[in-house]
Design a protein around this ligand. Structure first.
Ligand code: GLV
Ligand code: MN
Ligand code: MN
Length: 405
């Protein structure tokens, strides 16, 4: 008898090698590593009897055609990782529904609707200061202005897409008609400690938190570290340090707010010169959209006051936001039933991470299935979900697909 969980683990291990060299998995969108993942997934989708296509936003689509006019159920997640990330975040949500379709096929089940497995190019927003490119394209909420955003090497999203053989100006035509789409189900590693604490393999997500990201530039004046008097220095890193401290202070003082400065570059970045320029990111997350946007506004106010008192030039731009999103009640109930069928307690929990499902909610009802994650860690090479927990999730997905309509 096939061990479906182990089959998923083997494929995920192969996909984890589609990575830049170094610690963990680094697979950014529109790169050779992304191409390698597309090639491997395409092969497996074709073997599973799916028709494979790559859309203009770089979303890999595997489609199993059902009866005409019966609508399409969508499942999937993102292929990209953070830098030095794990082998499960995102990509597991492509692999598990694919294996669930293999399992249904092996059991001779024909679904009464069409199904698509989607591997979105970019959810993490690590390469470009935007995210959810593929899911927003399908939902019709893609903003073409983001095509001009650049990565840290100065390559625009437009050029990255073209260089990958895609047609950026075709993204606007990818929006799906809500009439054809039955729903979207995203399976994802939990990225937190709840399921492990509860000793449960899977759980059902109630809502996905909202998020916003800012790019901040602090410009001062460099000079010799030994000869420039301390009085009157315009040290950009000292200004950036005040911003980092304020971002952290805000989140500590505000219930339900998470805030992080995760990336920072310093120029000239040498031991014996005063820092001239610092660029940093700030990210706020909350299940409450007002709490989150207030934090963003407060940061901009703080930066403005700091610029005046420190004689630094500070610019602060919000580059990305996605509102908090509850999961659809009816679809989530169906997922709970399927989870009970797979002999789990069908626990519910919220998501502090963001997901493609929050963008897909503009198109159709969405639900999310979380899979237990070892030690509650994610966005690190230590991220791990066991083959047996993935086997339970595959079982849930197969039951879900048999009962969703
Ligand atoms: C992305 O998945 C995030 O939550 O950072
Ligand atoms: Mn993810
Ligand atoms: Mn992630």
């Amino acid at each position: 008898m096939t061990d479906w969980g182990t089959r998923a683990a083997v494929l995920l291990e192969e996909l984890s090698r589609c990575s830049e060299p170094g610690l963990g998995v680094t697979r950014l969108p529109f790169t050779p590593e992304h191409r390698a993942a597309i090639d491997l997934l395409s092969e497996r989708m074709e073997q599973a009897g799916l028709e494979v296509a790559l859309d203009a936003a770089g979303t890999l689509i595997g489609r199993k055609e059902g009866p005409a006019g019966a609508g399409t159920f969508l499942m999937g997640s993102h292929q990209d990782s953070v830098r030095e990330g794990g082998a499960y975040d995102g990509i597991m949500g492509v692999v598990l529904p694919l294996i669930a379709l293999e399992k249904l096929k092996a059991g001779g089940t024909e679904l009464p609707f069409s199904v698509e497995i989607l591997a979105f190019a970019d959810e993490e927003g690590v390469r470009f200061p935007t995210a959810l490119i593929g899911s927003r394209a399908l939902a019709g909420s893609f903003d073409p202005a983001v095509l001009e955003m650049t990565d840290r090497d100065g390559i625009s999203l437009r050029d990255a897409l073209s260089g990958f053989g895609l047609t950026p100006d075709g993204i606007g035509q990818l929006a799906r008609g809500p009439g054809d789409v039955i729903g979207f189900l995203e399976t994802h590693i939990e990225q937190g400690p709840v399921l492990e604490r509860e000793d449960e393999a899977v759980g059902i997500v109630t809502a996905i938190c909202g998020i916003e990201r800012h790019q901040i530039s602090v410009i001062g004046e460099t000079g010799h570290a030994g000869t420039l008097p301390m009085e009157g220095r315009r040290d950009a890193l000292v200004g950036a340090a005040a911003l980092v401290t304020e971002v952290n202070r805000m989140a500590r003082a505000t219930p339900d707010l998470r805030a992080t400065v995760g990336a920072l570059t310093v120029e000239p970045n040498v031991v014996n010169a005063v820092p001239r320029a610092v660029r940093l990111t700030a990210e706020f997350r909350s299940p409450d959209d007002e709490t989150r946007s207030l934090a963003g506004e407060n940061l901009h106010r703080f930066a403005h006051a700091l610029a005046q008192e420190s004689r630094l030039q500070i610019t602060c731009t919000r580059t990305y936001q996605q509102k908090a999103q509850p999961c659809a009640a009816e679809l989530s109930e169906c997922l709970k039933d399927a989870s009970r069928h797979a002999r789990t307690r069908a626990l519910s929990l919220p998501s502090g991470a963001t997901h493609d499902a929050s963008a897909m909610a503009d198109l159709c009802p969405v639900a999310m299935l979380f899979v237990r994650c070892r030690n509650g860690v994610s966005h690190t090479p230590e991220e791990f979900a066991s083959a047996s927990d993935m086997g339970v999730a595959i079982d849930v997905l197969a039951h879900f697909l048999k009962s969703v309509r």
